[in-house]
Design a protein around this ligand. Structure first.
Ligand code: ADE
Length: 225
């Protein structure tokens, strides 16, 4: 999988994509993540990428030209499955979407900024508009980081067996069961006996009942309740 992220703040994402599991996935050759500074594509001699909105509303709008130039340059190199735009009015990102994106070969993520981008880009070049939640960030970089992280960890080979994504919360529309580690008794706070029993079937049954109980209590919407 290859992810190309277009941003006016590449330095904000550089540390993130080169740390921990995303760094290891790239070193293993399973994933490539490339950052593109939108200012490198502007035809403006002052390297501006935004301008005032027609109609006189407040805020600045990202211009068509640099975004079009960057996306066109990338598309000249390879085919892309999706050109994603991060925006609070997009479709809500969730685990099924992360699963679907993780199976793609080449993806562009365009980070929004300012008051938004010229709507013509959304009409003509963007294939998916995605929000990470009902709140407004100062820019789409954190949203791009969230999506890249959720996608990359699902690429086969990225996580080791013990980190397996299969037991994640949401993977089966249930919250994960609680987990514990040594010691079995910490200051009198005891690990549930069943987990120390060595009885695999009973442990599985307990984990499922905990998942169901936590989902019912904390996220009944996931069970359609
Ligand atoms: N840009 C600003 N806020 C955002 C959000 N909630 N999701 C995605 N991109 C954004």
């Amino acid at each position: 999988m290859r992810i190309d992220i277009i941003t006016v703040l590449p330095e904000m994402l550089d540390g993130f994509i080169n740390t921990s599991i995303l760094a290891r996935a790239q070193k293993k050759g399973l994933v490539e993540i490339h950052l593109h500074n939108l200012r490198d594509y502007t035809a403006d001699k002052h390297r501006r990428v935004d301008d005032y909105p027609f109609g006189g509303s407040a805020g600045m709008v990202m211009q068509c030209q640099p975004i079009d130039a960057c996306i066109t340059a990338l598309k000249a190199e390879r085919d892309y499955d999706e050109v994603i735009f991060t925006t609070p009015d997009g479709e809500q990102f969730n685990q099924p979407m992360a699963n679907a994106f993780s199976m793609l070969n080449n993806v562009i993520i365009l980070c929004g900024h300012y008051k938004g981008i010229d709507y013509r880009i959304r009409e003509h070049l963007i294939t998916k508009e995605v929000s990470i939640g009902d709140f407004v960030l100062t820019g789409g970089e954190l949203a791009a980081a969230v999506m890249a992280d959720a996608m990359v960890r699902l690429v086969p080979g990225v996580l080791s067996d013990e980190q397996s994504a299969l037991s994640d919360s949401f993977q089966d529309n249930l919250l994960a069961a609680p987990v514990y580690t040594r010691p079995a008794d910490y200051k009198g706070w005891r690990v549930p006996d069943v987990l120390l029993s060595g009885h695999e079937a009973k442990i599985k049954e307990w984990e499922l009942s905990q998942s169901l109980e936590r989902t019912r209590r904390l996220r009944p919407d996931l069970l359609g309740e």
